[in-house]
Design a protein around this ligand. Structure first.
Ligand code: FMN
Length: 335
């Protein structure tokens, strides 16, 4: 298994990603996946009820790994308690020019400039409609690349109204660095427009699904404070902290490509933002049962997982840890 993983890792990153996940699909089809990665991911000590949802455990897959919800069953069988699929946009799009994923093995890091390559919301809905997964499902939504102004708000609305009946929670992604001007949505007047629409749809459809917001680790405290002050008025059920960083100083290398940095170099930076937010909410007594903080960024081991929870995370996600540690990463962290 180790040799096979090493071989797959030698392929170009996007090919290796596809080959690896399709390999897991193949193993699942012949009933070998659970046997190979067998452990009890549902032990009583791992269980948590948050957002009125029953999580078999607190470790999840972060957005971007399964952009089109094609591998949820497999990821759940590897032991993850929840899988966040997407980012999905209304219309399919290719994303940015290749190569757009770079691995830096010596630093356990990835830099990506994918730009929301995905098959569109209708494909996603077909993937998840009428399916029962053995884990909680989240759908992460975003706008198409060329959308600006009202069209961008409409993009979130379209994805949200199409997916609301088919998922356990939805994440509003305003923090990917690879879609031009997306991070401007951290501005409160812009964010308000998005949540006005989201809350209107929830009301119209009478479905009170949890809606989370995924934020960037590169924002200053003033911007964070404004968002935190508006959690209640926007009816935000949780924050995902954080997306990738564009701060190249976290890597000890020169001449890096542009894009979002993930993995080990992001660990400290995302923890700092997480801790700041957790403290802010505790001070304001805003941290209630039905609000969650999801810690993400640089989780590879049980120690990393524990540090996220010590910094205030109720749930933890990972992506780059999956690339470097392989499909047994959930078992290693949870057992
Ligand atoms: C190749 C790649 C693609 C990603 N795509 C998305 C995405 O589509 N939407 C999103 O919200 N985050 C995306 N992310 C960010 C991850 O969800 C996560 O927030 C970030 O990588 C930090 O976690 P990690 O250090 O465990 O990877 C992506 C990350 C990587 C490495």
């Amino acid at each position: 298994m180790k040799h096979l993983l090493n071989l797959i890792r030698k392929l170009p990153p996007e090919t290796s990603h596809k080959v690896g996940l399709n390999g897991l699909k193949g193993l699942n089809k012949i009933g070998l996946l659970e046997k190979m990665f067998d452990f009890d991911s549902t032990r009583e000590q791992h269980k948590a009820t948050l957002l009125n949802l029953d999580f078999k455990n607190r470790l999840g897959i972060a957005a971007g790994l399964d952009k089109n919800a094609e591998y949820v069953d497999e990821l759940s069988k590897l032991g993850f308690g929840f899988v966040e699929v997407g980012t999905v946009t209304p219309r399919p799009q290719f994303g940015n020019k290749k190569p757009r994923v770079h691995r830096f093995q010596s630093q356990n890091a990835v830099i990506n400039s994918l730009g929301f390559n995905n098959k569109g919301i209708d494909f996603m809905v077909n993937q998840i409609r009428d399916k029962k997964f053995d884990c909680i499902l989240g759908v992460n939504i975003g706008p198409n690349k060329g959308s600006r102004g009202q069209q961008r708000i409409d993009d979130y609305s379209e994805c949200f109204s199409k997916v609301i009946e088919h998922t356990d929670y939805v994440t509003i992604n305003i923090s990917s660095p690879n879609t031009p001007e997306l991070r401007d949505l951290h501005e409160i007047s812009e964010l308000e427009k998005v949540f006005n629409e989201i809350n209107r749809i929830k009301k119209d459809k009478q479905i009170n699904i949890p809606v989370l917001l995924k934020i960037s680790p590169d924002e200053d405290e003033k911007t964070l404070d404004l968002i935190l002050d508006n959690i209640k008025s926007f009816d935000i059920s949780g924050l995902i902290v954080s997306n990738t960083t564009i701060d190249k100083s976290v890597m000890k290398l020169n001449g890096l490509p542009d894009g979002g940095i993930s993995g080990k170099p992001l660990f400290k930076k995302s923890n700092k933002t997480l801790k700041y937010i957790s403290k802010f909410l505790n001070k304001q007594s805003q941290k209630q049962d039905n609000f969650v903080l999801i810690g993400v960024g640089g989780v590879f081991t049980k120690k990393d997982f524990d540090e996220k929870t010590e910094n205030g995370a109720d749930l933890v996600q990972l992506y780059t840890g999956f690339i470097y540690e392989g499909p047994a990463v959930a078992r290693n962290i949870l057992s």
